[in-house]
Design a protein around this ligand. Sequence first.
Ligand code: AMP
Length: 180
Amino acid sequence: MSTLTTEDKKIIEDSIRDIPDFPKSGIVFKDITTILNNPEAFSTLMNHIERRYKSYNLDYVAGIDARGFIFGAILADRLNIGFVPIRKKGKLPYTTVSEKYTLEYGFDEVEVHIDAFPKEDARVLLIDDLIATGGTAKAAASLINKVGANCVEACFIAELDFLKGRDGIDADVYSVLHFD
Ligand code: AMP
């Protein structure tokens, strides 16, 4: 298990940029592109996540479209395990299993390849940049379980605590940073 030092936490936290009223009025968008172009913050973050998960005996990291791909693919490579993309509907070429989830207005849908986790009873870490209402992550975790693998934990770089998104997820949840 790895704990984040106050100094390292500050390096990561300071590298996230708040964009008010994006994509619409009233939303404060947490922009993580300013972690990615900051080599000190990016490697501090990836080192922390790698340390946390190296003892979890994971078989795959599954990343949510699209920012989850960045952190997830790097982590999978560092842990020397496979990476699986969970994509928005219509992007994956082979046979898929899908899960709908509700948005503020209407619904969206995520998909995974039916054979994405070839190892039996695979232990999977789900990763995304941010958890807000938790709808996307809940659907993604349920997809992992639907195709026969086990979502052992969901990891986020940032969590909007006031939305209580973690409550609906059928797995342990870990967030590097918390915002009120
Ligand atoms: P949700 O399903 O409500 O938990 O939304 C999570 C997804 O929407 C993640 O893929 C995030 O990247 C994105 N998202 C939602 N709210 C924000 C926000 N305030 N800042 C940045 N990304 C967000």
